[in-house]
Design a protein around this ligand. Structure first.
Ligand code: APR
Length: 177
């Protein structure tokens, strides 16, 4: 598996699956959730609404992941996951690790070979980008997803880019930009 860490807009990434830092409602929001829904078009919300009426009736729990088609995005799939929200006391890093690992499991189930992640929980949900990078690196260090060719972390600001690079360096997980 190739790991890339780069600065950019996740909605323009040409990958099989784009991971969305959603909320439990799956009804969209701000941040990367808003950007993905805007770029994907209203069809994405329709797919999410159908999930809420069927397999995700009570909302998506923190650390879980679920996939939908990606509407107008270049990607084939959007994998929606919910990161922990520090502002309501969700401070257990295992919840954040689960959001990353369950999204990778979902990508394998979809036979997606290239996956793009944002910095889950590093925005509205108030987690320190250094800690998010550490958790992401610890998950990738498990090397549990040989079926996936490339995982890229698409970061929206220099501070988060640097945080992720430092975290992956410290964890000894190789990456390129
Ligand atoms: N591409 C890549 N990264 C982005 C983009 C983008 N287009 N837009 C924002 N980001 C970055 C943010 O700068 C941040 O570093 O994604 C990271 C995650 O921030 P949020 O999108 O705020 O996600 P999160 O902290 O997990 O909070 C989720 O916010 O948008 C709502 O509906 C969402 O309630 C949920 C909550």
């Amino acid at each position: 598996m190739k790991v890339r860490i780069l600065k950019g807009d996740i909605t323009t990434q040409e990958v099989d699956a784009i991971v969305n830092a959603a909320n439990s409602s799956l009804m969209g929001g701000g941040g990367v959730d808003g950007a993905i829904h805007r770029a994907a078009g209203p069809e994405l919300l329709e797919h999410c609404r159908k999930l809420r009426e069927t397999t995700v009736r009570d909302g998506l729990r923190v650390g879980a992941a679920v996939a939908t088609p990606a509407g107008r995005l270049d990607a084939a799939w959007v994998i929606h996951t919910v990161g922990p929200n520090r502002h309501i006391g969700q401070v257990d890093p295992r919840l954040l690790a689960s959001a990353f690992s369950e999204s990778l499991d979902a990508a394998v189930a979809l036979e997606a070979s290239t996956v793009a992640f944002p910095a889950i929980s590093a925005g509205v949900y108030g987690w320190d980008p250094d800690e998010v990078g550490d958790v992401a690196a610890s998950v990738l260090a498990r090397k549990r997803w040989p079926e996936i060719e490339e995982v890229r972390f698409v970061l929206f600001s220099d501070d988060v880019l640097v945080a992720f690079r430092h975290a992956f360096d410290a964890a000894g997980v190789e990456y390129s930009d």
